[in-house]
Write a protein that binds this ligand. Structure first.
Ligand code: FES
Length: 101
């Protein structure tokens, strides 16, 4: 319902469950229906990036974007761009290790 629900643990769990990338999309600052959920999401995303780097996961694999519910074209463009970034990076180092590469 709100990007404020995102925790560092959920992000980490996505990566350890096989995700090559994680896109967190929240309402624009000032537009969160739960007041400041998106600002909490931003703080958590920024906060976990050094940890991801420390375990070998490139920070580009985690992206935070502000996308309003009425911004379908922006959502589509963001997903397309993020997918391209992840394709260029290849499988997550966590998945490479899991698959024996
Ligand atoms: S309702 Fe909180 S980020 Fe959208």
């Amino acid at each position: 319902m709100c990007s404020g629900r995102i925790s560092e643990l959920l992000i980490f769990k996505a990566f350890t469950s096989g995700a090559d990338g994680v896109l967190v999309a929240g309402c624009h600052p000032g537009d969160c229906h739960y007041m400041k959920g998106n600002l909490s999401a931003r703080r958590r995303v920024v906060g976990i990036k050094p940890f991801l780097e420390a375990i070998g996961v490139e920070p580009e694999r985690l992206r935070l974007e502000w996308i309003g519910a009425s911004e379908g074209p922006k959502f589509a463009e963001t997903v397309k761009s993020f997918t391209q970034t992840i394709k260029e990076l290849g499988p997550s180092p966590l998945n490479r290790r899991r698959n024996g590469h």
